[in-house]
Design a protein around this ligand. Structure first.
Ligand code: 13P
Ligand code: SF4
Length: 403
């Protein structure tokens, strides 16, 4: 039931975002105990793992991985730290990882080194004999936390009451959302998208209706709508803390795209002045950013696309080219190491990892693998059957789009 008295609660994941920002270039491997000194609220873990040195954790994880063999598949998102991603059997952006989860059905256990919404998706798409494990159960996503399932259900109810007599609205949820929101899309003729297929998902939706509700990232939604020639005057932003999102019934009827008021705390740090500085210092620079950046940044950049796209363009570029990259620092540092023939740097000189991706410290990976060796499943992520069936409808629609 909706009201106009909801109070805004800032997710803890958003508050913690600045906890690991620093100005030096590299993020040094530390013990989990040292990481905890930043005052973060991560999952508790047996004490023996807290003090384990980075070297001990590395050999512990290697041994467990070898002992577990094909029984365990480790999936890793590109934003994972170096000490973790090195153990991933397969790595990718969120689209590629969901494809892996849908097709890799050999391993009984999928250890997902990424964030909660990705692990939920893997559970929905993997086989019934497979269990998905998130090494640190508190590894969420501040953007996903900006769209609570209850707020989205309220929004949907209000939109239906206003729009069902005038053609309705097609819901598109970004992968970065709860399984329950994906399920809402599944049962209401909607679809899931990632940053690599957002345009295709909009085209899919506009073949089926005249309006789109896009959530939770207003920036990806706005950038995608612009690509398809939809102007700012045809979009509005839904404020979940206000009745009808803060709009009149007429404004909602007139809108082509309704954007949820959510954002990524990592990508909204990038600014046009950083692009101008990069161009002043390196006149030959190519600027590539993730489409979760704000509209002005995406407009001023030379290129934009998903993490997989960013890796591809940089990798395929000629030697001696210079790249300023607007995405998460673990990926930018890796790109720089893996492409020594190019100059690659982060657009933002303050180094800020995604604080929730960063929650997958190697101590957690060691802990869950040790558990599996003893037949104990820690941190299984399980979506209930009804939600899973409905979410899969929306995910299958996405997987059937061209990538
Ligand atoms: P990708 O879809 O590019 O992997 O991005 C996921 C994400 O969370 C970016 O912030
Ligand atoms: Fe979420 Fe942003 Fe981190 Fe991606 S980078 S997982 S959108 S907080």
């Amino acid at each position: 039931m909706t009201s106009d008295t909801k109070t805004m609660i800032l997710p803890i994941t958003e508050i913690e975002q600045a906890a690991f920002c620093q100005t030096d270039d590299d993020l040094q491997a530390k013990t989990l105990e040292e990481e905890f000194q930043a005052g973060v609220r991560w999952q508790k873990i047996p004490i023996e793992y807290l003090k384990c040195s980075p070297e001990d954790l590395e050999s512990r994880i290697s041994d467990s991985k070898e002992a577990l063999g094909e029984n365990v598949l480790i999936l890793g998102h590109h934003y994972q730290r170096e000490e973790v991603i090195k153990f991933a059997d397969l790595r990718g952006d969120s689209f590629k990882l969901s494809q892996f989860a849908a097709t890799q059905n050999k391993a009984e256990h999928i250890v997902f080194c990424g964030v909660h919404f990705m692990a939920e998706t893997a559970d929905v798409l993997s086989g019934p004999h497979q269990k998905v494990i998130l090494p640190n159960i508190t590894a969420g996503c501040s953007m996903a936390d900006m769209a609570s399932t209850d707020d989205v259900l309220d929004c949907w109810e209000e939109l239906e009451s206003v729009l069902s007599s005038v053609g309705g609205v097609i819901p598109i949820t970004y992968m970065n959302s709860t399984a329950a929101i994906k399920a809402l899309c599944g049962r209401n003729g909607g679809i899931v998208c990632t940053s690599s297929n957002a345009s295709a998902s909009f085209e899919w939706a506009f073949k089926r209706g005249q309006r789109v509700l896009f959530l939770p990232d207003q920036h990806l939604g706005r950038n995608t709508a612009h690509k398809l020639g939809i102007g700012n005057d045809e979009m509005l932003v839904w404020n979940p803390y206000k009745y009808l999102g803060g709009h009149t019934e007429q404004a909602l009827r007139d809108a082509k795209v309704i954007l949820w008021q959510g954002h990524c705390s990592v990508h909204t740090r990038f600014s046009t002045s950083q692009i101008e500085d990069a161009r002043a210092k390196h006149p030959d620079v190519t600027v590539v950013v993730h489409p979760e950046c704000t509209r002005d940044v995406v407009e001023l950049a030379d290129l934009n696309g998903s993490t997989e796209y960013i890796i591809k363009v940089v990798k395929e570029a000629p030697s001696d080219t210079t790249w300023a990259v607007g995405t998460e620092i673990s990926l930018v540092n890796r790109l720089s190491k893996e492409n020594p023939d190019k100059t690659i740097f982060c657009l933002d000189s303050v180094v800020c990892p995604c604080s929730t991706m960063y929650r997958i410290h190697p101590a957690y990976l060691a802990w869950v693998l040790d558990g599996l060796k003893e037949g104990v499943v820690v941190n299984q992520v399980k979506v209930d059957d009804k939600t899973s069936i409905e979410a899969q409808v929306a995910l299958d629609r996405m997987l059937s789009l061209a990538g």
